[in-house]
Design a protein around this ligand. Structure first.
Ligand SMILES: [Zn+2]
Length: 104
């Protein structure tokens, strides 16, 4: 089978309506293949793309309950291309996944 061509640039994914950057592709029931959020099963691209200028993201596991140690190095400029990026407009930091639990 010939793989289908990607429906978006994975280095520059669109923000989805759930607040995550698109992290996969999928076909909703009765719809056409396009960007998707595998975390939320969201297939709708956000109507307005966020302005991330000046914002920073921290790992979602960077919290007191986590057994994994995080440092300021894991705070990075917010970008839709970060793994599992999640826009948190009401919080000081957006969230992403730094890889602290591996990538399997
Ligand atoms: Zn999502």
């Amino acid at each position: 089978m010939i793989p289908e061509p990607p429906t978006f640039d994975h280095r520059n994914p669109p923000m989805m309506s759930c607040g995550h950057a698109a992290n996969s592709e999928g076909t909703p029931a009765g719809g056409t293949r396009g960007p998707a959020c595998a975390i939320c099963s969201e297939f709708v691209v956000a109507p307005a793309q966020p302005n991330l200028e000046g914002r920073a993201a921290k790992c979602a596991y960077d919290n007191p309950r986590s057994k994994k140690v995080h440092t300021d190095r894991q705070r990075v400029p917010s970008s839709l291309s970060l793994a599992f990026f999640s826009w948190q407009p009401d919080e000081e930091f957006d969230e992403y996944y730094c890889g602290c639990y591996g990538w399997d």
